[in-house]
Design a protein around this ligand. Structure first.
Ligand code: ADP
Ligand code: MG
Length: 315
């Protein structure tokens, strides 16, 4: 075994664990590929996302946060489909084996994985600029995954939590809200509860404006958003004022909340479910037939040709 191989064998050992073994994993880490079992009458969903040092995190960021985030952003994609996560694989690119960094990274990764019963079943470890790529797999009962396409005119638009918190926390060094950025919570149980209720769903990774735009585009519909009904991040409101908070909610990223549409007939069912949620649910507006996202503020309608907030600020 070369020095290189020994170094990376060490890394691999950090990720082989005896605990948290799932019964649907026939063969985990150690062979050329993992073997897993998908239960009958279910479909398998797969999502992949990467974090690259210098782009998605900083070298000096807490490695536990990097470990948490690289899994959380993937689990959020499964949440947005209504899926139950089962397995993950992890590709680590590192310039050289840094055992301390990796141990803390692994703590962050596994504390999230264990909370959702996700088993790491494989990966790759290679020398290169620091980057992490995670693939997660999950299941839904056949035909029940919630897609971006599926919203129709008249459906009501909803949003979980307080998007904008991550951007505010990071920019303004607000320690409580910064944890929204460094340790985002994937809305898995909410996503699963929305199967059969939501007609379309997406997770908010780039900001409400941008990701809602993707949902509308996939569904080939438009929407009118009531700007005055956007959830208010109180700490941000106190510091920045209302206009800037709306801007944060619409354009801030990295929150991993869920945005979804619900046919009016299912709204009572949604409200009832949401009573047990630990995050607030906000009604944002209504889906319509126009091929655009519009904002309504002070009774006036504003179209959204680009991302300049001035288009609907008072003047
Ligand atoms: P191969 O050359 O066949 O890809 P590797 O040495 O890359 O073999 O991997 C050996 C085993 O260790 C495989 O089961 C692989 O999935 C697992 N593995 C490698 N790196 C990681 C990692 N970072 N996290 C989890 N499992 C890993
Ligand atoms: Mg390999």
């Amino acid at each position: 075994m070369s020095a290189d191989a020994r170094e990376f064998e060490l890394i691999r050992q950090l990720f082989v664990r005896q605990i948290a073994a799932r019964s649907d994993v026939v063969l985990g880490i150690g062979d050329d590929a993992a073997i897993t079992r998908v239960p009958p009458d279910h479909e398998l969903l797969t999502a992949t996302d990467s974090l690259v040092a210098g782009t998605h995190f900083l070298d000096e960021d807490d490695p536990a946060s990097v470990g948490h985030r690289c899994l959380a952003i993937n689990l959020s994609d499964l949440a947005a489909m209504g899926a139950t996560p089962l397995w993950a694989s992890l590709a680590i690119h590192m310039p050289e084996a840094d055992e301390d960094w990796l141990k803390t990274f692994a703590d962050g990764f596994f504390s999230l994985a264990d909370r959702f019963g996700v088993q790491l079943i494989g990966g790759d470890t290679v020398r290169g600029p620091l980057a992490l790529t995670v693939t997660v797999q999950g299941i839904v009962p056949t035909g029940q995954a919630v897609r971006r396409a599926g919203a129709s005119a008249g459906d009501l638009l909803y949003l979980t939590g307080y998007p904008g918190s991550a951007a505010f926390g990071r920019l303004h060094q607000d320690s409580e809200l910064a944890s929204c950025f460094f340790f985002p919570e994937p809305r898995l149980s909410i996503g699963q509860e929305l199967r059969g209720l939501a007609s379309a769903m997406i997770d908010i990774s780039d900001g409400v404006d941008s990701d809602l735009g993707h949902l509308l585009h996939a569904s080939q519909v438009g929407a009118t958003l009531d700007i005055e009904d956007l959830p208010v991040i109180h700490a941000a409101h106190a510091k920045l004022g209302g206009e800037s908070v709306s801007e944060l909610v619409l354009f801030g990223g990295e929150d991993y909340e869920l945005c979804f549409s619900v046919p009016p007939a299912r709204e009572p069912g949604l409200i009832q479910r949401a009573e047990s949620w630990t995050v607030p649910l906000t009604r944002l507006g209504v889906i319509n037939d126009m091929p655009a996202l519009q904002w309504r503020k002070g009774g006036k309608i504003f179209s959204v040709p680009d991302k300049t907030f001035e288009h609907f600020s008072d003047s």
